[in-house]
Write a protein that binds this ligand. Structure first.
Ligand code: ADP
Ligand code: MG
Length: 721
């Protein structure tokens, strides 16, 4: 009600920020909550530690014989940190993080209890995961799924309201070995990529080649809203976004929030978040205000993709629970406020190893340039061939509000290279490099290669997939999403391309062609076939949409359009060939994501109906009654008042309720012959009807007396601090 809204404003303005703490020295808190390698070294027998180290290097399974000692040491450490429980943490297809808590308690035959944590329990768990979506992969009646520790991601302790828990990052697979989670395919894609990359490096003449790993640094955008406001907004609480709300008079048009001073309360919050992240060994690095009021960003330093992905999940959890402590609600939704910039996640990604370094770093020697160009060319080929897959892995109901709007990359997947690189690849495509006067191809090719400028100043913010100096930045990822899916897609398409490159290069070399000539020949073919995906212009422009269409680049505007890509034969073949997902596993992903899309829209639509009926309608008719009463009374004493406002309100109420009826009726349809049809129904029928209801409701907000309006307004939520 309106009283609650007024009370919330008062509570917010009266808030005293939690005291800012004297920042603890980083060295004193870094990774104190993580069972790190150095902690293991300190407490494990030498042979056991060697075995763990070896597992980490090769990415294999932990030797079961050793697991017992590791588990015992881990338990002692966790108990010393106050842990009573342990949990196998896993990453189901919901983008969330799941865990099943078990106590260390073990009842002995004589009835006494001891705390126990065996090697078997560390290495493998058996949660009853039957309630997690699995797209028909597992009958619920045969709900056996296993979790298994991913040794490459260290265990840690986590403090929550429920106490301290030892957390073990795990994969989650069905009893028949099918991946039910996001981690398993990520690990598979990483080792597939390593194999393909290693082979190419060998062809380039290297003899000492370490395992290649993908890396990820994710920039996370989020909104903070005071919890007093959020608690009066059922839509924020239930769906993470406002389903109603008129744009404030002041929006972000002045850009005064971006890089502005961070408000004190937020600063204390950020400090708290960072301290927790440091304890968990998560290298939080940059923080700043974002474009919209109330919007912020945090970006940790990059790490191995697999660890970065786990850390990203943890970061989202920490943001949410710390916000609560400080009286905020942290919104990770892609579009919490209409008309205000949305939130994304920029996934910075590269591949490399200790022997050759970052393979997407141009370096400053021509030879390294050669290797760089080959890997970069492989990425270009991959993005062009499988752009629709990259689009599909960022397709969610919430991200649909953002992609393609003029604030986020378009739904058309293209590659931005920067002018210098673009020129080089252009020359390669035209065969210019061959035309030099230096005689031999080897000298030529290498000698004419430029030394790349490390950080080209011409950054392009409108591209969904941009080269940014020594990595690619995938900017279309949703703020709410797990980064695992996008990383799997990038690793997978790169693997495919590197395999193609390897085959070509091998064939060229077999005919006796010089190495650099062979590399350029392969690159020339890549650019002849795939330069259409390279675009350096304004991705927000109308013109680009036309050009992209001419170039044959797909433009899947909604999730309903994009998700069915996962069912295409070429995508199924890709994942199977590379060994990342079996056809059954891939299909289950389509099923789960499609269901999520449909359900998200359905939940929102139901809430639109109930909020319109029980919150907005009553306020509007109360106001109408007031108006009518006043007009009648005034008429009684011979004064006439304009009736326009009353008429306008009445018309808006009428049209809102008509749209509500249509939406209710539309929600009644349940017979769809295919999942695709169901998806399209959500996108084409339900969503537009929700918008219709909102249109009238937001117009009402502009008419109804402020002291009757029940919902905290955009102005209050975004500007009252
Ligand atoms: P910007 O906002 O200019 O895009 P930020 O500094 O906010 O840049 O974020 C850049 C992200 O890219 C950081 O997380 C950084 O660690 C990450 N990054 C840098 N080099 C690599 C790399 N080789 N692989 C993956 N991520 C990287
Ligand atoms: Mg960025």
């Amino acid at each position: 009600s309106h009283e609650l809204r007024v009370k919330a404003i008062a509570q917010v303005t009266d808030r005293v920020p939690l005291p800012s703490k004297v920042p603890t020295r980083l060295e004193a808190i870094w990774a104190t909550d993580v069972f790190t390698l150095s902690k293991m070294q300190a407490c494990l027998p030498k042979d056991v530690f060697k075995s763990v180290q070896n597992t980490l290097k090769t990415g294999g399974k932990l030797d079961v014989a050793m697991a017992g000692s590791v588990a015992a040491a881990m338990k002692d450490w966790a108990i010393s940190k106050g842990a009573l429980y342990y949990a196998h943490v896993f990453y189901p297809l919901t983008n969330a993080t799941a865990e099943k808590h078990d106590s260390f308690i073990s009842v002995q035959s004589d009835g006494s209890v001891i705390s126990e944590f065996t090697g078997k329990v560390l290495v493998q768990g058996e949660p009853d995961g039957s309630s997690f979506p699995n797209g028909g992969l597992r009958m619920t009646s045969a709900a056996r799924g296993y979790t298994a520790w991913d040794v490459t991601s260290p265990a840690y302790v986590m403090e929550t309201d429920n106490g301290v828990t030892l957390c073990i990052p795990t994969v989650f697979v069905s009893w028949t070995g099918e991946a039910l989670d996001k981690k398993t395919p990520l690990l598979r894609s990483n080792s597939a990529m390593s194999k393909a990359a290693t082979r190419v490096l060998k062809l380039l003449g290297y003899t000492d080649i370490a395992t290649v790993n993908s890396s990820c640094g994710a920039e996370q955008e989020y909104f903070l809203v005071d919890s007093h406001f959020a608690h009066n907004r059922p839509d924020l609480l239930l769906t993470g976004r406002t389903l109603f709300g008129k744009s404030p008079a002041k929006g972000q048009q002045f850009d005064d929030h971006y890089f502005g001073a961070i408000p004190e309360r937020v600063q204390v919050f950020m400090q708290d978040v960072e301290e927790r992240l440091y304890r968990l060994g998560i290298p939080a690095k940059t923080r700043h205000n974002e474009v919209a009021p109330g919007q912020f960003e945090i970006a940790p330093f990059f790490e191995a993709a697999n660890v970065a992905s786990d850390h990203q999940q943890l970061l989202m959890t920490i943001l949410k629970i710390t916000a609560k402590k400080h009286g905020f609600v942290c919104l990770l939704h892609e579009k919490p406020f209409a008309g205000v910039n949305g939130s994304g996640k920029h996934v910075n990604w590269s591949v490399g190893n200790p022997t050759q370094g970052n393979l997407l770093d141009p370096g400053d020697t021509p030879h390294k340039n050669l290797q760089f160009l080959l890997f970069c060319g492989a990425v270009i080929r991959g993005v062009h061939t499988y752009g629709s897959l990259l689009r599909a892995v960022v397709a969610t109901a919430s991200n649909d509000h953002r992609l393609g709007a003029n604030e986020a990359p378009p739904a058309i997947i293209s590659v931005y290279l920067g002018s210098q690189l673009e020129e080089v690849f252009d020359q390669i495509a035209k065969g210019d490099v061959k035309d030099s006067s230096h005689g031999g191809m080897m000298d030529l090719g290498v000698a004419t290669l430029p030394i790349f400028v490390k950080d080209p100043g011409d950054r392009n913010r409108t591209s969904p997939f941009a080269f940014t100096g020594n990595r690619f930045e995938f900017r279309a990822v949703g703020s709410n999403q797990s980064v695992a899916g996008p990383l799997v897609a990038m690793n997978t398409i790169l693997t495919d391309s590197l395999t193609w490159v390897g085959d070509k290069l091998e064939a060229e070399l077999a005919t006796g062609t010089e190495l650099s000539a062979a590399v350029f020949a392969v690159l020339k073919e890549v650019m002849e076939k795939h330069s259409a995906v390279v675009f350096g212009g304004d991705g927000y422009s109308e013109e680009w949409h036309k050009i992209a269409e001419e170039r044959g680049l797909p433009n899947f505007r909604t999730t309903a359009d994009a998700l069915p890509v996962l069912k295409e034969k070429s995508i199924e073949d890709l994942f199977e060939r590379v060994g990342v997902l079996t056809p059954v596993e891939l299909e289950s992903r389509f099923d789960v994501y499609a269901e999520q899309y449909v359900q998200t829209i359905e939940v929102e639509a139901k809430l639109v109906i109930s909020m319109a009926k029980t919150i907005i309608y009553p306020a509007a008719v109360r106001y109408l009654a007031d108006l009518a009463d006043t007009i009648a009374k005034l008429t009684g004493i011979g004064i006439s008042l304009e009736k326009d406002t009353a008429e306008k309100v009445a018309t808006l109420v009428q049209s809102m309720m008509e749209s509500v009826s249509k939406l209710s009726a539309a929600l009644g349809k349940h017979d769809f012959s295919t999942t695709e049809e169901h998806l399209q129904y959500g996108a084409q029928i339900i969503r537009p009807l929700m918008d219709k209801v909102r249109e009238s409701a937001d117009a009402l907000e502009g008419e109804v007396a402020d002291d009757l309006w029940p919902l905290p307004t955009y102005q209050e939520m975004l500007f009252v601090k």
